[in-house]
Design a protein around this ligand. Sequence first.
Ligand SMILES: [Zn+2]
Length: 364
Amino acid sequence: MPSDIRNDAPPTVPAAPEVHPGIAPVEGVSARRVPIWTDPRPGLAFAGSGLERAAQLRGDAQAQARMLADPGTQVLPLWRGRPLFAPEDAAPGPAGAGLATVAPDHPALRGAGPAPIFLALSEGAAIFAQDISAWQPDGPLPEGAAFFDPSEQRHPDLPAGTVFAELRGRMMTLDPRAAEIAATARALITWHGSHGFCAACGAASVVEQAGWQRKCPACGAQHFPRTDPVVIMLITRGNRVLLGRSPGWPEGMYSCLAGFMEPGETLEAAVRREVAEETGVAVGPVGFLASQPWPFPASLMLGARGQALSEEITVDPVEIEDALWVSRERLLGVFAGSDPVIRAPRSGAIAGWMLGQWLADRLD
Ligand SMILES: [Zn+2]
């Protein structure tokens, strides 16, 4: 049961489906056909907004052309994986609050390269994403090796006050709709950037389904956007929780243990294996808590909780640099920013969200 649904307050089904207002260029197919349930999880970035992805329009070339000819259609430009952010005081557009979008015929998109990707229908408009990574900014370039790069790029042709910036640093400035659109766009564009050639035969592949598929003209293989599942776990033993840090993390950063799932493995087994590999701690019962798309570049974080069966920690120095048990009392200090060693968790990431839910006793 999701942690935000309490036993004393059963979930209520919306009285009527939220019907999409529809857009003229795609009459008859733009209305939502079923009500879309969402899981509001304050503090968890990319938790979903019930976005109408309208997959039925992806293979419809006529609908795609009509939408791209409609001045109401909105295109989110991305530059090297960085979405275009709106000025703080900008009114929210159809793509939600915090992102800046432009019309399909905007000069900044001309000659950008690949065709725009159709993302969704939102607030009466079609939403596309366009990679304009070929643009060369005058200002500072991002540092590829940095854990987080705070630089911003301003495009002279794009609206005043808009900037390209790392999504990781601004994800909590977006409302849920904008966050879902930004995560989807970034993940798809990054996937295209690294999957230009067929994994089966090596020939150059071509984009299909409005950006949601690649097809190999040589051997016919179809390739779909990747999402890589990662388990991230809140491991507790009584009043304490297990935290660790990886080599190369910023000083004082500790988090829940995490690791990629392996083929042929269940979520529960992945939780137990990762914790055992990294710390030597044995884990018993495991339960699912919540998931979070994490487009850096293509992860799906699967938040789980597990009960430790043992306490002794034996760190595997190849996997992590340190691990320790942290009491509830100490974790309160961590969240308050008063712990001398451990800094407060990053806002928006699922580790901090799970730890906060545990501190607030909202997990049972
Ligand atoms: Zn091929």
